[in-house]
Design a binder for this molecule. Structure first.
Ligand SMILES: Cc1ncc(COP(=O)(O)O)c(C=O)c1O
Length: 341
C-alpha cells in the first residue's frame, strides 16, 4: 500500500523542530546545549524526546519493536495526531461507528474534518455493507473501538479483518479496554497491515489514568510521522520514570483484572434480577451497559445518594441506557443496595 498518498502533503514536506536532545543523543560530560539550569534537581534536564527506555520496556511487554511504538499524553493525543497527520481540514473525512467513544468526533470537529457516521448494528457490530457504501474517496481514517465504549463489547475480529482488507485508508483500532480480554488484541496482525494503527492506554486496567500515557502501535513508517508531528518533549520525565517502574507490576494488574471480572459477573447476576433493568449487554471490558425502564430517574436517584454512573440514554442506539464502571466489591454493593431500594 502507498502510505505516502494518505499523509497530508504539508506533513510530508514538514521539516520538524530539531530539539537539543534530538540533535545530540550520545553520552556527554558537559551539556551546554539546551539552555537548561545546570543545578541538579532531578528534573532540570529535558527528557528523552523519544522515550527509548520506556519504549524498550513496552516493546518487551507487548512483543512489538520499539520503532513501531508511539507514546502520547493519553490515547487522546494519538487521536489528535492521527487527525492532523492524515486529514486535510475542510476536505477529508473520518468514519466512526456510533455509539462509540466521543473523542474521535471532537478531535475531528476541532480539526475541521467531516465525520461520516455508520451505526453499529443491533448487536453493536460493524455493518459491513453500510460501511462499504458510505466510504468516499476522501475517507481517510476509519475508527473502530474494540472493546467498544459505551457498549462494552468486542467487535467481531473477522469483521475487523474484513474491513482491514477492504479499506485502503487508515484503520485505527482503539483497544483502550483490551487488558480485560487480552487474548483478543489485534497486535499480532500489525505486521500484516501497514495501514493499521492500534491504540492502547495505561488509563484503564493498568490503573494509571492520572499519569496520562497512551500508546499507538503501527508500521515504522507511520510511527515516523507521529514522531515528526508530536510536540518535542511530549512525555515528561516524571511520567517516563513512574511508568517504567509501574510496568514491572504486571501480575498485580492481571490480578486486579481477574477480580474485576468476578465483580462484573456478580453485577450482571444482580442486574438480571431487577425489574427496572430490561437488558444487560455483553461486556468484554470493565463496565456494563444496562437498559433501564426509567434511566433518567435511576440516574438522578443514584446521584442523590452520591453514586455517579454515566447516563448514556441520549446516545443513538443506547436509549434508556446507563453505563456503569465495575468498582470494588464494596462500591458495587453500595450501588446495588441503592438500585434495589
Ligand atoms: C475507547 C477509549 N479510548 C480512549 C480513551 C482515552 O484514553 P486515555 O486516558 O489514554 O486518553 C478512553 C477513555 O475513556 C476510551 O474509552
Amino acid at each position: 500500500m502507498n502510505l505516502e498518498s494518505l499523509i497530508r502533503p504539508n506533513i510530508i514536506r514538514l521539516k520538524p523542530y530539531a530539539s537539543a536532545r534530538h540533535e545530540f543523543t550520545g553520552t556527554g560530560d558537559v551539556f551546554l546545549d539546551a539552555n537548561e539550569n545546570p543545578y541538579e534537581s532531578g528534573v532540570n534536564r529535558y527528557p528523552d524526546p523519544l522515550q527509548q527506555a520506556l519504549k524498550q520496556r513496552i516493546s518487551t511487554l507487548k512483543k512489538i519493536p520499539t520503532e513501531c511504538i508511539f507514546l502520547g499524553n493519553g490515547s487522546d493525543e494519538a487521536i489528535d495526531l492521527i487527525l492532523r497527520i492524515f486529514c486535510t481540514p475542510g476536505e477529508d473525512q473520518i468514519m466512526v461507528l456510533p455509539p462509540t467513544y466521543g473523542m474521535y468526533q471532537v478531535s475531528a470537529d476541532i480539526a475541521d474534518v467531516d465525520v461520516i457516521k455508520v451505526r453499529l448494528d443491533n448487536d453493536f457490530q460493524p455493518d459491513i455493507q453500510a460501511i462499504k457504501s458510505a466510504i468516499t474517496p476522501n475517507t481517510k481514517v476509519l475508527f473502530l473501538c474494540s472493546p467498544n465504549n459505551p457498549t462494552g463489547n468486542r467487535l467481531d475480529q473477522s469483521l475487523v479483518l474484513e474491513l482491514l482488507d477492504y479499506f485502503k485508508g487508515i484503520v485505527v483500532v482503539d483497544e483502550a479496554y483490551i487488558d480485560f480480554c487480552a487474548d483478543h488484541t489485534l497486535l499480532p496482525f500489525l505486521k500484516n497491515y501497514d495501514h493499521l494503527i492500534i491504540m492502547q492506554t495505561l488509563s484503564k486496567a493498568w490503573g494509571m489514568a492520572a499519569v496520562r500515557l497512551g500508546m499507538a502501535f503501527a508500521s515504522p513508517q507511520l510511527i515516523g510521522y507521529f514522531n515528526k508531528v508530536k510536540a518535542p518533549y511530549n512525555i515528561n520525565i516524571l511520567t517516563q520514570r513512574f511508568v517504567l517502574d509501574r510496568l514491572s507490576r504486571e501480575e498485580e494488574m492481571k490480578q486486579q483484572v481477574k477480580q474485576l471480572q468476578e465483580e462484573k459477573l456478580k453485577l450482571i447476576d444482580a442486574f438480571k434480577t431487577m425489574k427496572e433493568v430490561v437488558q444487560v449487554y455483553p461486556s468484554d471490558s470493565n463496565f456494563l451497559l444496562i437498559k433501564c425502564l426509567h434511566a433518567d430517574e435511576v440516574y438522578s436517584g443514584l446521584i442523590q445518594q452520591g453514586i455517579v454512573v454515566r447516563n448514556r440514554s441520549k446516545e443513538p442506539g443506547c436509549e434508556g441506557c446507563l453505563r456503569i464502571t465495575v468498582g470494588t466489591a464494596e462500591e458495587n454493593s453500595i450501588l446495588l443496595d441503592h438500585m434495589k431500594s
